[in-house]
Design a binder for this molecule. Structure first.
Ligand code: PGA
Length: 278
């Protein structure tokens, strides 16, 4: 039985003090027994979020990650810098794909970089409205998933999270029909089985995102294939987010089995001061 996961994607919505207020409320109101709860604030808030949630079951994630270790990459944050603060990282969110030109190839490199540093990648895939209208959902999602996982081993895929997020449902208030979302999730799992084998397909977490709120979550929570939710707008409201977690948690059955391996290779043991900067 896979553990359910509910992830808050705060995006670029709140100031630093506003984030702290929200997270203190999360801390008081979220009481999950079995569900993994992950909060993804902006980079600026990761450090304080880590402090606020210390000693609780709530985990911190980042909204993005870069694939290089270090160097002349102005504005980027490496997996090595994030490690220790973020246990998860969203990669390939459709807003990054469309606003910042992130290709499947970049997404694949980011997912692999995260996984190799012991950070769980939350790999986003999903079709746009035209693709949906043209009946291309399966084709688009299959292509994106295969390409975005291309640099991961079967073991790394097993420990990853794949988020099916139809672009037309993100931030629009129009969710995907739960049955349809369940079907897409099932198709993704079948694809993983073909690409990486049955054991990997059984372990990988495949979640849904797109206008999830405290009301429509009840319909989704009944669907068997969906392992959790990526929540944007509703995560800005602590009461709504706590209710979403509660609904998912009450519907959860079975033992918590989710475990992530620590990275094997030691990264960056050498002293930086001895290195000549280019
Ligand atoms: P939404 O955002 O819940 O506002 O649709 C979800 C997401 O973008 O991850």
């Amino acid at each position: 039985m896979r553990q359910k996961i509910v992830i808050a994607n705060i995006k670029m919505n709140l100031s630093v003090p506003e984030n702290s207020v929200l997270f203190e409320k999360y801390k008081k109101e979220i009481a999950s027994e079995r569900t993994e709860v992950v909060v993804c604030p902006s980079y600026l808030d990761i450090y304080s979020a880590e402090g606020i949630f210390k000693g609780t079951k709530i985990k911190v994630g980042s909204q993005d990650i870069f694939y290089e270790e270090e160097g002349r990459y102005t504005g980027e944050i490496s997996p090595d810098q994030l490690k220790g603060f973020a246990e998860y990282s969203i990669v390939g969110h459709s807003e990054r794909r469309s606003n910042f030109g992130e290709t499947d190839k970049i997404v694949a490199k980011k997912a692999a970089a995260a996984a190799r540093h012991g950070i769980v990648p939350i790999i986003c895939v999903g079709e746009n409205l035209h693709e949906k209208m043209d009946g291309l959902t399966k084709l688009v999602v299959t292509g994106q998933t295969e390409a975005s996982l291309s640099e991961l081993t079967a073991k790394e895929v097993a420990e990853s999270v794949i988020a099916y997020e139809p672009i037309w449902a993100i931030g629009t208030g129009h969710t995907c029909d739960p049955g349809t979302a369940n079907e897409v999730v099932r198709n993704i799992r079948n694809l993983i089985k073909v690409l990486f084998g049955e054991k990997t397909a059984e372990k990988v977490h495949i979640i849904y995102g797109g206008s999830i709120d405290e009301k429509n979550i009840k319909g989704f929570a009944k669907e068997k294939e969906i392992d959790g939710y990526l929540v944007g707008t509703a995560s800005l409201n602590h009461t709504a987010f706590a209710k979403i977690v509660d609904t998912v948690d009450k519907g959860s059955v079975g033992k918590i089995t989710r475990k992530v391996s620590k990275p094997k290779s030691k990264t960056k043991t050498k002293k930086k001061t001895t290195k000549k900067k280019k």
